[in-house]
Design a binder for this molecule. Structure first.
Ligand SMILES: Nc1ncnc2c1ncn2[C@@H]1O[C@H](COP(=O)(O)OP(=O)(O)O)[C@@H](O)[C@H]1O
Ligand SMILES: [Mg+2]
Length: 253
């Protein structure tokens, strides 16, 4: 199964990615987490790993791919000439711990280095050529917003999970992502994150397709503190355990 995690900035995409990855790994699945956020540096810490080298560099580098892209997205050549499995990801271009592999198409490093489109091209193509066994799961932690849909990065995903924090912006974005998800034939499920007794009902009432709420992850002092210190998250979060069961019941690929 290939899962995309999306939502607005700070909603908890990386937190949900790390917690869900750890839950699948605890069950014995092989999990590949892809850090597609070209700007932020939290996910590898939440997984207790170092950031690996960039797959975009392995595939020829950002400037070469942007040159190819200048001919128009429809003329972009395939960078991968065959199907890949998790075993084909080259040494150094993934980090690994406790059954979870982490890779990234790259991060923005310097001023004037050009846009992040090359990263999206690499990820679009990688997701297309990646063959998984039944025991393997991919979780893509996206950059904030919906540009990745425009770039086609989600086309090879099976499932879109949107993380919603208690804010009007998130609730508005949910209806847009629901619409975009249906337009590309992907089920969209929602995680209501950072909810409290005061906010849960308000957030729920803003979601049209409530049956697709797969998780209510409460505001947690432990998660907040781990985010502040930059420490690894632990598996066994009750809400995420239930979320995994929900996904197993509602979706099987
Ligand atoms: N359920 C939660 N309870 C408390 N803090 C949370 C929760 N979920 C996320 N956070 C905190 O919110 C901040 C943003 O989370 P993060 O996962 O990095 O968001 P995103 O990847 O969407 O930008 C982090 O400091 C994180 O620790
Ligand atoms: Mg993030």
């Amino acid at each position: 199964m290939k899962i995309t995690i999306c939502g607005k900035g700070g909603s908890g995409k990386s937190t949900v990615t790390a917690l869900l990855a750890k839950e699948y790994a605890a069950e014995g699945k092989k999990v590949l987490v892809i850090d597609c956020d070209e700007s932020n540096y939290g996910l590898h810490q939440q997984l207790g790993m170092d950031i690996p080298l960039s797959l975009t560099d392995y595939m020829g580098g950002k400037m070469k791919i942007l040159d190819d892209l200048a001919e128009g997205p429809q003329n972009m050549p395939m960078l991968f000439d065959e199907k890949w499995t998790l075993l084909d990801i080259p040494q150094g271009y993934f980090a690994e711990k406790d059954g979870i592999m982490l890779m990234t198409p790259g991060k923005i490093q310097t001023a004037n280095e050009a846009c992040a489109c090359a990263f999206s091209v690499v990820m679009c193509q990688f997701m297309q050529v990646l063959d998984l066994t039944e025991d393997e799961i991919v979780i893509m932690d996206m950059e904030a917003g919906i540009e990745h849909f425009g770039r086609g990065v989600d086309n090879a995903s099976d499932v879109v999970i949107m993380v919603i924090d208690p804010s009007r912006e998130s609730i508005k974005l949910a209806s847009k992502i629901s619409e975009i998800g249906s337009s590309i034939g992907k089920p969209v499920y929602y995680v209501l994150n950072k909810v409290t007794n005061d906010t849960l009902d308000i957030v729920r009432s803003g979601i049209a397709d409530k049956e697709n709420i797969c998780c209510e992850l409460p505001m947690s002092q432990d998660i907040m503190k781990a985010g502040l210190i930059g420490s690894e998250l632990q598996d066994g979060n009750d809400a995420i355990v239930s979320m995994k069961a929900y996904l197993e019941k509602h979706y099987s690929a």
